[in-house]
Design a protein around this ligand. Structure first.
Ligand code: R1X
Length: 281
């Protein structure tokens, strides 16, 4: 075991922190001005992953840090991009996405982690969502459950193209979103999802896609697997079913891969749009 002084967090380079004192912000939670938020936003749940994405941007500034939503804006290959961690679960993700939208964002990529539901999937593998099974409750009052939670086609295509060009052959398909991480075991539910071909399970993508539909945002999501089809033990050195996000080398490689894929996909969406090639927004 490493002690605290070896902790990866303490070793991460410090990012510039904006002075937010005495300013009236238009949104209740995200303490930023519209010109500090790009229309192109990454929405990981994990603020450490958010920081890792931010570290890949140039001229990056932390524009807000409130209630687990750490917001950084910088540029990637000339394109202004924002990263905002959403925390875990649909309700907080909804707050983050809605406020980013009111600050001018309209294109969102979730860079998440998820647990595998299909045979053959390993820790560190990448999945891209085409749609999300709506087991989460956050958006039920926005659009009723029969309404599907579907990814934006162009964002999904950009993620797929970016993955393949990076040499990754990602899983592509439906993911499941749920609210309860420590749900009572329910083999029938798990079997239903697996038999239906659901790739993996996580907690925010249904919310992202429903807000995308309702608010006319373009939304996509990709995930690094933190369990394999036989739990973590088959693929990593842990007693727990999940890979350690701070230490498991397979997971960390996959996370780094997912971040690179997402950045490049976002850049393509920006370039494509600026050429006026028919994206609907
Ligand atoms: O979406 C899931 C949630 O944010 C993935 O990881 C978290 C739970 O451990």
């Amino acid at each position: 075991m490493s002690d605290r002084s070896d902790n990866q967090l303490t070793q991460r380079p410090k990012l510039e922190v904006a002075d937010v004192s005495g300013i009236q912000y238009p949104q209740h939670h995200i303490k930023a001005m519209p010109d500090e938020i790009s229309r192109y936003c990454f929405v990981p749940g994990d603020h450490i992953r958010g920081q890792k994405i931010a570290e890949r941007l140039s001229n990056v500034v932390q524009v807000s840090a409130n209630r687990a939503m750490f917001v950084h804006t910088g540029t990637y290959r000339g394109v202004k991009m924002t990263v905002c961690s959403t925390g875990m679960g649909g309700p907080q993700a909804a707050i983050a996405i809605e406020e980013l939208g009111m600050l001018g964002a309209d294109t969102f990529i979730r860079v998440g982690s998820a647990g595998a539901l299909q045979p053959g999937i390993a820790v560190g593998d990448i999945a891209i969502a085409t749609a999300a099974y709506r087991d989460g409750g956050a958006t039920r009052r926005l659009l009723p459950i029969p309404f599907p939670a579907v990814a934006d086609f162009h964002v999904t295509q950009a993620l797929l193209d970016s993955a393949r060009e990076s040499g990754t052959d990602p899983y592509l398909g439906v993911v499941a979103s749920t609210d309860i991480f420590y749900a009572p075991p329910n083999q029938d539910f798990d079997k239903m999802l697996t038999d239906a071909g659901t790739l993996c399970i996580e907690m925010e993508t249904d919310t992202l896609f429903i807000l995308g539909q309702l608010r006319k945002f373009r939304c996509g999501a990709l995930f690094v697997m933190d369990t394999g089809d036989q739990g973590c033990k088959a693929t990593c050195d842990s007693e727990k079913p999940w890979a350690d996000h701070a230490a498991d080398t397979g997971f960390l490689r996959g996370e780094d891969n997912a971040i690179g894929i997402a950045l490049e996909a976002m850049r393509r969406l920006a370039v494509f749009k600026s050429r006026g090639n028919g994206i609907h927004l």
